[in-house]
Design a protein. Structure first.
Length: 261
């Protein structure tokens, strides 16, 4: 039987300088999961994503994507990535929404080839999925942070990825649209079968949406089903967050996490 593990990290460690910022990480992501990656500021979450995307090389350990060692992996259109602060275009940025979405096809068709009608239809399909098709010819900089974030998801979806990685996508999305945003992610996961990996600080609400949670602080302290993660008391959480314990309070009644820094 084919192994449904699409991302496999074994004993992965990384340092930019002298100190390990990711240490001895073992992690499996299976097809169909919606995995929330949480941890305090500076705990290595974005670095772990960079390692998975091959943007930085592990000092130690091994990474497999879709059952291939990362150095042999070439099907990058299978992986969509929405980076932190993707949604920060200012109002003067000279590109329409559909132009931004079509740039997501560049890795598939090559940088200097022309976009065809078929590519435009794909971009429109992706915009329909994120419910932004009516803004196709608006200027990207005129949209709100939440709307821009949806456009970036469309850009990542246009190459039909099986795995979508999002680094803090709800930053800049106003509170009343965060629920809609999670609904969109839920649909992508359940209806389109896209595996999701989402970095977030939002540990109060991620457990209501993700199927699984990974909690890291350099190393992985918890990896399991969201239901198990919900069972943790504040004491357990503080223990898991290691030396950053004072930065965190977990309010079970309101499902909120407050960072004191
Ligand atoms: N390019 C870099 N050069 C040197 N150090 C870096 C670099 N990027 C990150 N770091 C350091 O590596 C550590 C982990 O950073 P990283 O951004 O991966 O954490 P994070 O969990 O994503 O943080 P946050 O939640 O604040 O975004 C931090 O101490 C950070 O200062």
């Amino acid at each position: 039987m084919e192994d449904s593990t699409i991302v496999k990290l074994r004993d992965v460690s990384f340092k930019y300088d002298k100190e390990w910022v990711v240490k001895d990480v073992d992690l499996n992501i299976k097809a169909g999961q919606f995995l929330g990656l949480v941890g305090p500021n500076g705990s290595g979450k974005s670095t772990l994503i960079k390692l998975m995307l091959g943007l930085v090389k592990p000092g130690h350990g091994s990474i497999h994507l879709f059952n291939k060692p990362l150095r042999q992996y070439q099907d990058w259109q299978e992986i969509g990535f929405v980076s932190q602060k993707a949604n920060s275009f200012n109002s003067g940025f000279p590109a329409t929404v559909i132009e931004v979405v079509k740039t997501g096809l560049v890795s598939r068709i090559g940088a200097f080839k022309f976009f065809t009608k078929k590519h435009k239809e794909k971009a429109m399909d992706a915009l329909r999925t994120v419910e932004m098709d009516e803004y196709a010819y608006s200027n990207i900089g005129e949209l709100s942070g939440g709307q821009q974030q949806r456009v970036f998801i469309a850009r990542a979806l246009v190459s039909d990825p099986s795995l979508l990685i999002l680094d803090e996508p709800t930053v800049g999305v106003d509170a009343k649209h965060v629920t809609d945003f999670y609904d969109l992610l839920g649909r992508l996961n359940k209806e389109q079968g896209i595996t999701l990996l989402m970095v977030t600080h939002d540990i109060g609400t991620i457990t209501d949406h993700a199927t699984h949670v990974v909690c890291m602080n350099k190393t992985v302290h918890f990896h399991g089903a969201s239901e198990e993660y919900k069972e943790f008391s504040e004491e357990d959480l503080n223990h898991l967050y290691g030396h950053a314990v004072q930065q965190l309070t977990h309010n079970h009644d309101h499902h909120e996490v407050n960072y004191s820094d």
